[in-house]
Design a protein around this ligand. Structure first.
Ligand SMILES: [Zn+2]
Length: 350
């Protein structure tokens, strides 16, 4: 399939704010982008955006990618106007220190800074110690009264970092987990023509807090087979042993064999590898001792759905300097397209 991915869409997607349960800006953008390509489109009660492309076989394939990103939820603005927050999703508080954030309020966005005690007044012991989230605060740059008027409990924030391309076809941005999966799925909706499967492209909500959107969407669709597009850790960095890399950046599409929530059925695992080998899709096998993605919820829906997670390797995952490779992204796109276009020859377990 000769289709060139338009990475300007990914740039736009990573710039949108969409913490778990507050994905509306991402959804609105996708609705406009995909309306001309969809045979049907609707948003369900939880907020999943479901886009259907009619196929030729009468069989249903669910492809999902979560719209939400990890972020912060404000719970208190103190008497001096500093906002305190809790975490939405798995963030290491060490990555929040000295960062800018974009606070989302009912009257629009405010810039904030997660402040830190200056080195001039800290001790050696202070500097060697990781700060807990309770010690962190957002400086809104506003007088206390003004801050309290404009920001309230339940407002939320995302990390602020611009999209940048660098190095060997690398991209760094916030929220690449999982706007890159969303990007691949959106491009797939635009690219597919008369696929084998009736394709249900599902842009899910609340993955980062427990695969919640995928659970209800999978129930409604009742697919014959499912693929979940998401990032996964590429721990191929200094201080990690090669056997613990999970995936390697730039080494191709990650086909999940097992993670903490799923084991891919053997026929499906083999069928995906075979497509790669036949069509020169660069691939690697993902064996992840921890972590999971929407596949964990989808495969347990109703009487069970054969499901595989297709992964885009990501360094510094859940930070605002996540790094992915364009090459991996293109390979995941090609694999998902070929699977939807040609079929996977599903077979029952014997
Ligand atoms: Zn993810």
């Amino acid at each position: 399939m000769d289709y060139k991915l338009d990475f300007s869409i990914l740039k736009t997607l990573t710039g949108l704010a969409g913490v778990s349960g507050r994905e509306h800006d991402v959804r609105a953008y996708l609705k406009t982008l995909l309306a001309p390509y969809a045979d049907e489109m609707h948003t369900d009660a939880l907020g999943n955006l479901i886009v259907r492309k009619k196929g030729t076989s009468g069989k249903k394939m669910m492809l999902c990618a979560h719209m939400d990103e990890v972020g912060l939820m404000i719970h208190y603005v103190d008497d001096r106007g500093f906002a305190r927050f809790t975490l939405v999703g798995g963030i290491d508080p060490r990555t929040l220190v000295a960062q800018r954030v974009r606070v989302q309020t009912r009257n629009g966005e405010l810039l904030g800074v997660i402040g830190v005690k200056p080195a001039h007044i800290t001790t050696e012991a202070d500097r060697g110690r990781a700060l807990g989230v309770k010690e962190l605060f957002i400086d809104l740059g506003l007088p206390a009264e003004e801050a309290k008027k404009r920001v309230e409990a339940g407002d939320w924030a995302v990390l602020d970092r611009e999209y940048a391309e660098f190095g060997d076809e690398r991209i760094s941005a916030k929220a690449l987990d999982n706007r890159v999966g969303v990007f691949v799925l959106a491009e797939l909706v635009r690219a597919l023509k008369q696929p084998f499967y009736d394709v249900y492209a599902v842009f899910t909500v609340q993955e980062e807090v427990g695969l919640r959107g995928a659970q209800t969407a999978a129930y409604g669709i009742d697919a014959d087979v499912a693929l979940c597009l998401d990032t996964t850790g590429a721990a191929d960095i200094p201080s990690v042993a090669p056997q613990d890399y999970i995936t390697v950046l730039g080494a191709g599409a990650g086909i999940t064999a097992i993670d903490a929530r799923t084991i891919t059925p053997l026929w499906l695992f083999e069928a995906l590898k075979q497509i790669c080998d036949q069509y020169n899709v660069l691939r690697q096998v993902r064996v992840a001792p921890r972590g999971g993605n929407d596949a964990g919820a989808v495969h347990l829906s109703k009487t069970g759905v054969p499901t595989c997670g297709l992964s885009i390797p990501t360094r510094n995952i859940h930070s605002n300097v996540e790094v992915i490779s364009k090459r991996d992204t293109e390979n995941v796109f090609r694999l998902a397209c070929l699977a939807a276009q040609q079929g996977l020859g599903e077979c029952a377990q014997d």
